[in-house]
Design a protein around this ligand. Structure first.
Ligand code: COA
Length: 260
C-alpha cells in the first residue's frame, strides 16, 4: 500500500513504519492517523512481520504532536470526538496489538507524539530526544491517552509535574524515569531497535501475544489481571508453539515456532 505521510518497509521480519512529514516535524494530522491505523493493521496481519518499529523521519523529530493547525478552531463536541476517535482508531489499537511494537524515539516526542510512543509496547530513544506533554500550554490536556499512560509509566507525581509544567525531559531523564528502556546515539537507534527485535523474534509469537494481553490487563479497569494471566497461560498449552518450545528444550535444539 502507498501512503502519503508514511514510509513502510519490511526487512528480516521487521516492519518499520516511519512517519514522513519532516517539514511539520511529523505532526499527526488526521490523514496521518488514518494511515498509521492502516499500516499497523496491515503489519499485524502480515505473516512476514514479527516486530513493528515506529519512528519519525528526519533528525529532529519523532512526532512534535497532534497537528495544532487542524484543531485550533474546534468546538467542545469536535474536541471530544477528536480524542475518542483517535484513541479507538490508533492509540488503543497499537497498545493492544498482538505483534510487538517498539517506538524508536529519534527526536522531539511531544503531545500526541509522546502519546504515540507510550501506546507502543516499549520505547528506546536517541540521545537527542526530548519528550513532553505540553498541551496545557495550549489550553488543552492530552487527549490520546497521555493522562493515563504517562502516570502508568513514570508514576503519578512525575506525570503531574510533566503535564502541569508542560516541560520537556531529555533522553537521559526519560531513561531515569522508566519512560524509555534504552538510550543510544541517533545513528545507532534503528539498528539497536532491530537487535532487540531479533531477540523477541526467537520466541513464540503466540506466547508473546498472550503476554501482551496479560500485561495490559494490569492497566484495565474492571479486569482482574491475574485472571487474564491464568486464562492466557492455560490457552498456551493448546498451541503448536508450546509443543514446539517444550520439545525443542527437551531435545536440546533451537525451537522453530510455527506461530499457532
Ligand atoms: N502541529 C502542527 N505543526 C507543527 C507542530 C504541531 N504540533 N509542531 C511543529 N510544527 C511545524 C511548525 O509549525 C513549523 O511549520 P512551518 O515551517 O510551516 O512554520 C515546522 O513544524 C517546524 O517547527 P518549528 O516550530 O519551526 O521548529 P523549532 O525547532 O523552532 O521548534 C518545537 C520545535 C517542537 C519546539 C516546536 O515546533 C513546537 O513547540 N511544536 C509544538 C509542540 C506541541 O505543543 N505539541 C503538542 C500538540 S498537542
Amino acid at each position: 500500500m502507498i501512503f502519503e505521510n508514511l514510509l513502510v518497509k519490511t526487512t528480516n521480519n521487521i516492519t518499520t513504519i516511519t512517519i514522513n512529514r519532516p517539514t511539520k516535524l511529523n505532526a499527526l494530522n488526521r490523514a496521518t492517523i488514518k494511515e498509521l491505523r492502516s499500516a499497523f493493521e496491515q503489519a499485524d496481519t502480515d505473516k512476514n512481520t514479527k516486530v513493528i518499529l515506529i519512528t519519525g523521519s528526519g533528525e529532529k523529530a519523532f512526532v512534535a504532536g497532534a497537528d495544532i493547525q487542524e484543531f485550533a478552531n474546534f468546538s467542545t463536541e469536535e474536541g471530544s470526538k477528536l480524542a475518542a476517535e483517535g484513541q479507538t482508531l490508533l492509540f488503543d489499537f497499537i497498545a493492544n496489538l498482538s505483534t510487538p511494537v517498539i517506538a524508536a524515539v529519534n527526536g522531539f516526542a511531544l503531545g500526541g507524539g509522546l502519546e504515540l510512543a507510550m501506546a507502543a509496547h516499549f520505547r528506546i530513544a536517541s540521545d537527542n530526544a526530548k519528550m513532553g506533554l505540553p498541551e496545557v500550554s495550549l489550553g488543552v490536556i492530552p487527549g490520546y491517552g497521555g493522562t493515563q499512560r504517562l502516570p502508568q509509566l513514570v508514576g503519578k507525581g512525575r506525570a503531574m509535574e510533566m503535564i502541569m509544567t508542560a516541560g520537556m525531559i531529555d533522553a537521559q531523564k526519560a531513561l531515569e524515569y522508566g519512560l524509555v528502556n534504552h538510550v543510544t546515539s541517533q545513528e545507532e537507534l534503528l539498528s539497536f531497535a532491530e537487535t532487540i527485535a531479533q531477540k523477541i523474534m526467537k520466541n513464540s509469537p503466540v506466547a508473546i501475544a498472550s503476554a501482551i494481553k496479560a500485561i495490559n490487563a494490569n492497566f484495565e479497569d474492571s479486569v482482574n489481571g491475574f485472571h487474564t494471566e491464568i486464562k492466557e497461560f492455560g490457552s498456551c498449552f493448546g498451541t503448536a508453539d508450546f509443543k514446539e518450545g517444550t520439545s525443542a528444550f527437551l531435545e536440546k535444539r533451537k525451537a522453530a515456532f510455527p506461530g499457532v
